[in-house]
Write a protein that binds this ligand. Structure first.
Ligand code: SOE
Length: 391
């Protein structure tokens, strides 16, 4: 219990690279801009060595550090474990934490395979019976314009969903000499553009429509088969060392899908879209209208209402910065937009609220498993040439 009477929630974070930094700013900021029902404490961060973990703690604002995630999970003053490590470690850490009675926030994609994700979802269901909660970090759900899109679709403003067009476009691998990072290693990352960024748009498409993907037909491509080995890496940039190694994941993915409501969908995920830095584009066309979003203009949602007078109807550019918009009353006056990091803060706010209320947070590990099944189906379909027609 803290001095102001709110119960304390000790946070332990595993990993402190790009995602760890984004999560740390969220844990630092959330209690300062939102009235959290629990007193969150940034108790400790775990890394690979005592030195790197302590340096990260000092840099990112954690009270302490541990040289192993097992020691972090074992601490009595840690109530929630935040996993910001590559996918090959998610299942082991998350399951151990849940079994130790710690709530879990786990980065996406949930795991590297359907089998692991199933074990994690089962462990989360078992933990929920004991009041221990788990959430997967599909953070872009917490962008206000995406929340607004969800609300409008749910209210029936665009009618029955006919088309989903979903893209996640980056270009940080366009340079063929850009070094290998763990994100290009199948054993560590599970897949390439497909799981790293395609997973986000799969989740967004299902979240905004409120529907499930029921079938896919996919294509994967690795454009650059070999790259310089990395000597060191930070965030997305790596420094080349000596020697070269194979790229074992896809550089780009494209697939068609069917939605549970009868609509059809087209997905694309690539790190080779020169000039597109972090373009998450989602357009949904329904029987009564459309919504369209692009993360490169993330404070805006486009809405088309087909019921409007044909002579004056057109896409309306809604600037999603009004106090009545999701999360916005806690931030700046209208027109003063939000950025990438705010979605991480909102993720923390929603998770702490769920823990305080004892209600299951979303997206759940089951939602993460659903995405994992789509990823696996795309890989399976891409490996099977039988439906391909040469022209
Ligand atoms: C790299 O492609 C990356 O950092 C992803 O891993 C994140 O999930 C995405 O939000 C930004 O890009």
């Amino acid at each position: 219990m803290s001095a102001d009477g709110r119960p304390r929630l000790g946070i332990g974070m595993v990993g402190h690279s790009f995602m760890g930094a984004a999560h740390s700013q969220a844990w630092r900021t959330a209690p300062r801009f939102f009235d959290l029902p629990l007193q969150t404490e940034m108790t400790a961060v775990a890394g690979r060595t005592a030195e790197s973990a302590q340096a990260a703690a000092d840099r990112l604002g954690w009270l302490g550090s541990e040289a192993s995630w097992k020691d972090l999970v074992a601490r009595d003053d840690v109530d929630l474990v935040d996993i910001c490590t590559p996918g090959d470690t998610h299942a082991e850490i998350a399951i151990a934490a849940l079994e130790a009675g710690k709530h879990v926030l786990c980065e996406k994609p949930l795991a590297n395979s359907v089998a692991e994700a199933t074990q994690m979802a089962d462990a989360a269901d078992a933990a929920a019976e004991r009041g221990v909660l788990a959430m997967v970090g599909f953070t872009y759900r917490r962008v206000p314009a995406i929340q607004l899109a969800r609300r409008l679709v749910e209210e029936g403003r665009i009618g029955t969903v006919r088309h989903v067009r979903a893209q996640y476009l980056q270009d940080w691998l366009t340079d063929e000499e850009s070094p290998l990072s763990w994100r290009l290693d199948k054993d560590r990352a599970g897949s390439g553009a497909l799981g790293d960024i395609g997973a986000h748009v799969i989740d967004l498409a299902q979240f905004v429509t409120g529907e499930q993907i029921t079938g896919v037909s996919g294509m994967l491509e690795t454009f650059v088969a070999e790259r310089p080995l990395a000597e060191s890496s930070a965030g997305l940039s790596a420094v080349a060392g000596s020697g070269r190694g194979p790229v074992t994941v896809d550089d780009a993915a494209a697939f068609l899908a069917r939605m549970s409501g009868g609509g059809i969908a087209v997905f694309e995920a690539t790190r080779f879209a020169a000039g597109r830095k972090n373009a998450i584009r989602l357009e949904i066309n329904g029987s009564r209208g459309s919504v369209a979003f692009d993360f490169e203009d993330m404070n805006v949602l486009h809405l088309y209402d087909a019921d409007e007078d044909a002579e004056t109807a057109g896409f309306r550019r809604i600037v999603v910065t009004e106090p009545g918009h999701p999360y916005l009353s806690h931030w700046w006056p209208a027109g003063h937009g939000l950025g990438y990091e705010h979605a991480f803060t909102h993720q923390v706010v929603d998770l702490v609220g769920a823990v305080a209320a004892g209600t299951p947070p979303a997206p759940s590990f089951r939602d993460g498993l659903t995405v994992q099944k789509v990823l696996a189906a795309v890989e399976e379909s891409a490996a099977d040439a039988s439906a391909w027609r040469t022209v």
